[in-house]
Design a protein around this ligand. Structure first.
Ligand code: 13P
Length: 250
């Protein structure tokens, strides 16, 4: 059975002093038989984090990657630059980027391709809005979002991770129930089956108000392979509690 993966998405939070305290506390509290742990941090802090997580078992992640390889794209950060800092995971297609930065399914698929080309595993985010859930469109929306990535990257699809993040659960304190999340994860797994002989190797993470109180029940579901944690990843005690829940042998 594969190890679960607990990844923190710091979003636009952090500072040189806070980062040091947070990483140190998480390092010191990691269980001996830990699940996979990653911290996806703002780009300016990658160099600092690369030092702070050295030899800790914590992997480094970015929150985005450019869809372009290099050149005149002011403000963009390329996959090659991320690799220079030892980045192992890159979140792509987070709903905040789709919503506030107009990222389309096609752009997200290209970003995943750029990451894969340099050996970085994209964490592809999919998820429906509340209106889409209420209109019964959840399945259609998440399948369409994943299909774009499969279409562009079919040959190396087993190298990606997926995060199911219902938009209505992000930062709201409302969590999908373990059964609601499991139902969508199972759908995504079935969709992967058509693209890879080893769909079970792909980590499908749940994200959206995952916290110390609800993590164990979510992580106990058969197709929930870990979590993508926002707010609770900024507090060492909460993040460690979730890591502990993910590290319990199944
Ligand atoms: P919260 O855990 O703060 O709801 O954020 C989830 C998220 O968006 C992780 O990418």
């Amino acid at each position: 059975m594969k190890r679960k993966l607990i990844a923190g998405n710091w979003k636009m939070n952090g500072g040189l002093v806070q980062n040091q305290a947070l990483v140190q506390a998480v390092r010191e509290g990691l269980p001996a038989q830990s699940c996979g742990v990653a911290m996806c941090v703002p780009a300016p802090y990658l160099a600092q984090l690369a030092e702070l997580v050295r030899a800790s078992g914590i992997d480094l992640g970015s929150q985005d990657v450019s869809a372009h390889e290099q050149g005149a794209y002011t403000g963009e950060v390329s996959a090659g630059m991320l690799r220079d800092f030892g980045v192992r995971y890159a979140i792509v297609g987070h709903s905040e980027r789709r919503q506030y930065h107009g990222e389309s399914d096609a752009t997200v698929a290209l970003k995943a391709q750029r990451a894969l080309a340099v050996g970085i595993a994209p964490i592809v985010c999919v998820g429906e809005t509340l209106a889409q859930r209420e209109a019964g469109q959840t399945e259609e929306v998440v399948k369409r979002q994943l299909a774009a990535v499969i279409h562009q990257n079919g040959h190396c699809i087993s190298e990606i991770a997926i995060a199911y993040e219902p938009v209505w659960a992000i930062g709201t304190g409302k969590t999908a129930s373990p059964e609601q999340a499991q139902a969508v994860h199972a759908l995504l797994r079935t969709q992967l089956r058509a693209a890879t002989p080893h769909p079970e190797r792909v980590h499908i993470l749940y994200g959206g108000s995952m916290n110390a109180a609800n993590a164990a029940a979510l992580l106990a579901m058969p197709d929930i392979d870990g979590g993508l944690i926002g707010g609770a990843a900024l507090k060492a005690a909460d993040f460690l509690f979730i890591i502990q829940a993910g590290s319990v042998p199944a």
